[in-house]
Ligand binder design. Structure first.
Ligand SMILES: Cc1cc2nc3c(=O)[nH]c(=O)nc-3n(C[C@H](O)[C@H](O)[C@H](O)COP(=O)(O)OP(=O)(O)OC[C@H]3O[C@@H](n4cnc5c(N)ncnc54)[C@H](O)[C@@H]3O)c2cc1C
Length: 305
């Protein structure tokens, strides 16, 4: 718990980011969790996953962007990702954080950037809006509903975090609107007024929301590496006669590959969230916070480099 809190604080620290990136941090250390540095580098890892029967969601790393120039780079990169997906016939969609599209600069600017990308994506490509910390929950959902109601876009979905107390109500609204939801536990450090502090409560809420989404939602993404959550999902699907093509499991690149392959072998759909880019620090630190044992892996690589 202390290690998690410390690592999540470090994830937000620019000073620590400069230190870690300037240290003897070998490419091999991050390569376990990050697919490559640019849009061209993602083709091989995506092909490999597709060949194993796994679809992908591509995330260009970069969040909390403060300048319009940085947003331009993000926009260009996502456009080239869409081109690569169709030119190379990859089985992939994309995931985007609204702060990477300028949410902190101006929410109208961010909205229009999302519209532009959804137009480039077209009806066959899908964009998932990742969920960030609670500073952004409401504004992210507001912007999403604006895209849904005003822009009339249907090739877009959102993420709900089971650790948030508000999520049951949010899920009901999203079900009513037939929105595609990814369900995850939640990766940020949040106060107890907003998020369940105990893992048992987060897990119980995850199972309750999973059941609602599987029964009445639109093709939910069950995003977890937790065998107990996965077992609860397959058991509920069996109990309710919900076929395995009505939902998909989702996991992160490089995490529990054994379980990813096993689920595919067992006939379930699996999508792997695959990040790329050079701004890997906050993403990487959140992965360490989820499993401080990963620190040993990092330290071993640092000593080797
Ligand atoms: C596809 C996908 C998209 C996501 N999108 C978002 C998002 O938009 N917003 C958000 O807040 N969070 C997001 N997350 C992160 C999520 O909220 C959790 O922080 C993360 O998935 C860990 O929770 P868990 O469900 O795997 O269960 P946990 O209870 O944390 O872990 C269960 C088991 O999974 C394995 N495991 C979990 N994490 C790791 C790790 N880092 N390294 C190695 N093993 C691990 C371990 O065996 C662990 O015992 C996403 C996760 C996935 C899989």
């Amino acid at each position: 718990m202390i290690a998690r809190t410390m690592l999540l604080r470090m994830a937000d620290s620019k000073k620590m980011e400069a230190f870690v990136k300037g240290s003897r941090f070998s490419a091999g250390t991050t390569a376990r969790f990050i697919a490559g540095e640019d849009a061209a580098a993602i083709v091989a890892p995506v092909r490999e996953l597709n060949a194993a029967g796994i679809t992908v969601s591509l995330d260009f790393l970069g969040e909390s962007v403060r300048t319009r120039e940085e947003v331009e780079v993000t926009m260009r990169t996502y456009k080239s990702v869409f081109e690569t997906i169709s030119a190379q016939n990859l089985k992939a969609n994309v995931s985007i954080k609204l702060t990477a599209l300028g949410l902190d600069i101006d929410s109208d600017f961010c909205y229009h950037n999302m519209c532009e990308l959804l137009d480039v994506a077209g009806p066959v490509q899908f964009i998932r809006i990742d969920m960030e910390s609670t500073a952004y929950t409401q504004i992210t959902l507001d912007l999403f509903y604006r895209l849904w109601n005003e822009g009339n876009y249907r090739n877009v979905g959102v993420v709900i975090q089971a650790y948030l107390r508000r999520s049951a109500a949010d899920v009901e609204d999203l079900i009513k609107n037939n929105v595609r939801v990814r369900l995850c536990k939640g990766a940020y450090k949040e106060p107890a007024e907003l998020a369940f502090p105990d893992k048992a409560d987060v897990d119980a809420n995850y199972v309750a929301l999973m059941k609602r989404l599987l029964s009445d939602g639109n093709y939910p993404g069950i995003a977890t590496h937790d065998p107990a959550m996965i077992a609860a999902t397959t058991a509920w699907a069996k109990d309710q006669n919900i076929p395995s093509d009505r939902y998909e499991f989702q996991m992160l690149y490089g995490i529990r590959r054994d379980l990813q392959n096993q689920l595919v072998k067992d006939g379930y759909r699996m999508r792997v969230y695959t990040p790329f880019g050079t701004h890997w620090y906050p993403y990487f630190m959140r992965r360490l916070a989820e499993r401080p044992a990963n620190l040993w892996f990092v330290l071993k690589n640092m000593l080797r480099s």
